[in-house]
Write a protein that binds this ligand. Sequence first.
Ligand SMILES: O=C(O)CCC(=O)C(=O)O
Ligand SMILES: [Fe+2]
Length: 305
Amino acid sequence: MTMTITPISNIMGAEVGGIDVTHPLDEKTSQDLRDAVFEHQVIVVRGQHPTPQQYVDFAKAFGELEPFFLSNYNLAEQPEIYVLSNKRVDGKPVGRDGAGTHWHSESTFLDNPSAITLLHAVEVPEEGGDTLFIDTYSAYEDLPDHIKQRIDGKRAIHRYQKKEFVFSGDHSPDADERTQIADLQLLREVEAYVGPASPTARAGEIMPAQLHPIVRTNPVTGRKALFLNEEMTVGIDGVDQEEGSELLHEVCRLATTPDRILRFQWRPGDIVIWDNASTSHTATYTDPRYPRLMYRLTIEGDRPY
Ligand SMILES: O=C(O)CCC(=O)C(=O)O
Ligand SMILES: [Fe+2]
């Protein structure tokens, strides 16, 4: 099969055809796929139904897999796979629910944040559950000079925070959805109050902070990109707390204006693969009546510079 690449928007992103992830890839195809991720930043391979083992084998084309830093929702037979889902069986969650509903790139609260993420749509809700992306190269390039001068050479303080059901990424939920979101948030607060602290809540209390450059150099392309988010960054190193927060807020606001957003609508069998050093993303609201099940894999990254 010949690999084809078709852009999916004028912001970024491409659909890659001619790939069957259930068969081992040859070296040339693996290289072409890696090149496509770094050129297009977000790529989608559609109509794939791999077993967990085949999915993991395919992902190795992009580098070394890493387990998610919390182990409670990793798939038993293939623990590299981190399960995201709003489904519950006998009251027990099938995967992590309400994750990543704020602008972020993966695991910036670690010293070596993930380089690449793969997300496989196993079950797609009838509506909602889109993932939004922005291009952090142009988000940086388009900042006004006076803001660039204030962030160039500075490092942001990243710290893990429990952020399930914090819908700061998508500002478009309607009134009904906002009520449902508030109910979910309340339910989780009650659960946390009456039961043992969840692993995500515990991690928030014990993870040390990390300093990462606000403007990072992409390790593959050498291009500069914005590297921060409002949810896991708690300040700017060496800058007064209030001034740092205001600056972070303003940079994030400019980076995520609606004209910059690629809204990805999932189809069952999609595998979306993105470069975390040139994009930010956010999950959006899924009505709890509509099941959503996604398998996430991440590829080890280096310390940002
Ligand atoms: O489910 C999604 O759309 C994205 C989830 C995500 O960003 C994450 O788990 O880090
Ligand atoms: Fe994410």
